[in-house]
Design a binder for this molecule. Structure first.
Ligand code: SF4
Length: 350
């Protein structure tokens, strides 16, 4: 069996080199080629002796996911990649020019954690298409390496959000492995505080993540201010209702001191009234949270985006209740950047 280099940690590569009778530092050289120098093939690793490169050709491959399609949004900055894994499965990864906090000097990479998703949220193309399999840590980190190749000077100021296809906390161990690979100082070197794990509300996963001692940000896809509505929009709510989800979020803040962000997708005539805003304000009262509003990007679910006036009214109501609120523009709406749409279109064609 050949080894996929993308996804190996520094210590794994050093140990592997020793088993091949090579000095451990060769592992570090390979590690740098993969995670720092963006090598796509073993031939590019020119500071390795020719004999070792030959041996590596037989025993390993780099394994960055293949770009099947690249779409550029009208803003000329947001890029969405459809990436193919070795088994032919495809996921999406998106590069956004600004962070979710909208600071202009930052890039945000939005990653997928699963092929498809088992949770079936009502407004989500990925959820409607069903679940195929989990991604492993190498496939997750490979998305970052593929996205980084789209940027001339990526620097070290990237943010990473797990908001693409899939539910990260249902792929827990590979997510933790990928967080460690993303953070590794000799490698990609992204600060934990620049990484956001998003969940639809997998309560045991939130408690577990809180205890990992990794100060990553948590975003919770809330989307509704009461259980009745949330049961319809996010079916996982039937398993972990709000009275279980919110205490888990409080615990996350207590243990990590990281403020939780609640994502709230605004759906016309479904959850966008003043009544819902007031109910949301009451629900989150006293919690140190940020509410991030996302006007829906119309998908097959048939939902409509509220008017600008309604969105502003919703924001004003929440702010009057003392909530901190941001409005996320659906960057790349024109390129179907809502999760699952690009893959869905291509699968339909296939
Ligand atoms: S919104 Fe996220 S959690 Fe819900 S179905 Fe889509 S990918 Fe899964």
């Amino acid at each position: 069996m050949k080894i996929r280099l993308c996804g190996q940690s520094l210590s794994e590569l050093e140990a592997w080199m020793k088993t091949l009778g090579e000095p451990g530092y060769r592992g570090k050289q390979i590690y740098h080629w993969i995670y720092r120098r963006d090598a796509s093939s073993i031939e590019e690793m020119t500071d390795l002796p020719g004999s070792l490169r030959q041996l590596l050709q037989q025993k390993a491959w780099v394994g960055i996911p293949r770009v099947i399609r690249r779409q550029l949004a009208n803003d000329d900055l947001t890029v969405k990649l459809l990436l193919e894994m070795e088994d032919g499965q495809r996921v999406e990864a998106v590069l956004m020019p600004y962070s979710l906090e909208r600071s202009r000097d930052r890039l945000t990479f939005c990653l997928s954690s699963q092929v498809g998703c088992p949770l079936g949220c009502a407004f989500c193309a990925t959820g409607q298409a069903g679940f195929v399999r989990n991604l492993d840590a190498g496939e997750i980190v490979g998305q970052v390496l593929a996205l980084r190749r789209e940027v001339s000077e990526p620097g070290e100021g990237i943010n990473i959000v797990f908001m693409g296809m899939g539910e990260p906390l249902l792929n827990y161990s590979e997510i933790i492995k990928s967080l460690n690979l993303l953070h590794a100082p000799e490698g990609i070197k992204v600060g934990y505080r620049r990484i956001t794990v998003s969940t639809a509300g997998v309560v045991p996963g939130i408690y577990r993540l809180a205890k990992e001692g990794l100060p990553v940000n948590l975003a919770v896809s809330l989307h509704a201010s009461n259980n009745v509505l949330r049961n319809q929009l996010v079916p996982l709510n039937r398993r972990y209702p709000l009275e279980e989800l919110l205490p888990a979020c409080r615990e996350y803040f207590t243990l990590t001191r990281r403020r939780v962000t609640f994502e709230y997708i605004l759906l016309k005539a479904v959850n966008d009234s003043i009544y819902h805003a007031e109910e949301l304000g009451r629900l989150l009262k006293g919690m140190p949270v940020l509410v991030n509003l996302i006007p829906v990007n119309p998908t097959e679910g048939g939902f409509k985006r509220p008017s600008s006036e309604q969105i502003q009214l919703f924001i004003r109501t929440l702010r009057q209740l003392g909530m901190e609120v941001t409005l996320r523009e659906e960057r790349g709406g024109q390129i179907s950047a809502a999760c699952g749409q690009l893959r869905g279109q291509l699968e339909a064609k296939r």
